[in-house]
Design a protein around this ligand. Structure first.
Ligand code: BDR
Ligand code: CA
Length: 368
């Protein structure tokens, strides 16, 4: 039976691609979408979720707006990556209907509580809604089937040398979420920078009709990644341990100092495809973007494709230069582990999976 998921997101180009994937994957049943301010403001992330939902024919899956600002800090957006609309390049018609009534935090608590142990929560934006939900209803942590995020990094960041965007945008919420008493499956940059949209992947998208012509390809063309091709943390920690699988993942964790060796900045120049350090992080590098959020959803439906390593993850909230860093200790005693940290990904199998889901969505759109 398909796994029920709620996707908490801030569309966002890769969020949109993750929603399309979730809709097309037969192993997933999207029961709700909640939105949060992140890549762009809440009105836009909500409007974008609605437009994507209606464009791909997801029916009446509720889109429930949530938090418009981080818990304590002013908002931080990523318009330079996703464009002013949040879906730069995409050509989507207006949504057919508006958001569902109510607030995402209430929706999450009510929906997950009504189906204990059945719903996997996937959060691919800043963690504001999730922090508020677990504060209001601490039992949520045992009511979910599983909890998976796209966010963080055991090595370097992307928005700063230390921090990944989703965590940096609301570090206090992330700190609450990581210390809430559940196991967070953290699909961070260690994984997501390995699975890039190469020219070959884009070629495989061609021929998917309106889905490709109006959403996938133009938004990927408009997606100004700030992670240069080849900047994956290979060799800097468990992500570099290679293919998904328990052997590779385990070896990364085995006291090899994996977390420390991937410290911000250190992993980038070496494994960056031989590129000079000065080129890394250039916002105008458009080659082969990473579709971060799709990886988190893929982990739900095909956990075998993305290996994870147990660890203690703590979020830096006070650092002058390191705010939002997910300090990942693979050597912490097992009793302290609060996360399964994504390490390796079988990239070819990932794209086979994602592209067949896209094919299913495209076929559904063609028959409408
Ligand atoms: C994350 O930040 C956002 O810009 C993306 O949508 C993704 O969730 C990657 O760091
Ligand atoms: Ca996102």
């Amino acid at each position: 039976m398909a796994q029920k998921v709620i996707i908490d997101c801030d569309p966002g180009i890769d969020d949109a691609l993750a929603l399309v994937f979730a809709h097309g994957d037969p192993g997933l049943d999207v029961c709700g979408i909640t939105t949060v301010a992140g890549n762009v403001d809440l009105d836009k992330t909500t409007a974008n979720a609605l437009r994507v939902r209606d464009f791909i024919g997801m029916g009446d899956v509720p889109v429930v707006p949530g938090s418009a600002v981080p818990l304590l800090r002013p908002g931080l957006d990523a318009r330079e990556i996703h464009g002013n609309t949040g879906l730069a390049g995409a050509r989507l018609p207006a949504a057919l209907s508006g958001p569902a009534p109510g607030h995402a935090v209430d929706y999450l608590i009510e929906t997950i509580s009504a189906a204990p142990g059945e719903i996997t929560l996937v959060a691919v934006g800043p963690l504001t809604n999730i922090a508020l939900a677990v504060r209001r209803e601490p039992a949520l942590t045992s009511l979910v089937r599983d909890f998976v995020i796209m966010g963080g990094s055991a090595g370097r960041g992307n928005r700063t040398p230390a921090a990944e965007f989703n965590i940096l945008a609301d570090p206090e919420s992330a700190a609450i979420v990581f210390s809430a008493g559940w196991t967070v499956t953290m699909i961070g940059l260690d994984v997501t920078l390995q699975a890039r949209v190469t020219a070959a992947v884009r070629d495989r998208m061609r021929g998917l009709g309106r889905l490709a012509d109006d959403l996938l390809l133009p938004s990927l063309a408009g997606y100004r990644t700030n992670e240069p091709a080849g900047s994956g943390p290979a060799g800097s920690g468990p992500a570099g341990s290679g293919a998904a699988g328990s052997g590779a993942a385990g070896s990364g964790a085995a006291g090899s100092g994996a977390a420390g060796s991937g410290a911000a900045g250190s992993g980038a120049a070496g494994p960056g495809g031989g590129r000079p350090a000065a080129e890394l992080g250039r916002p105008d590098d458009l080659a082969d973007p990473a579709v971060h959020d799709v990886c988190a959803v893929a982990r739900v439906t095909r956990p075998d494709l993305i290996s994870c390593v147990p660890a203690l993850v703590q979020v830096e909230t006070a650092g002058r230069l390191t705010s939002g860093m997910t300090v990942t200790d693979f050597a912490a005693p097992a009793a302290q582990h609060n996360a399964m940290v994504g390490a390796g990904i079988d990239v070819d199998a990932f794209w086979d999976l994602v592209l067949s889901a896209y094919q299913r969505v495209a076929a559904g759109m063609a028959s409408q």
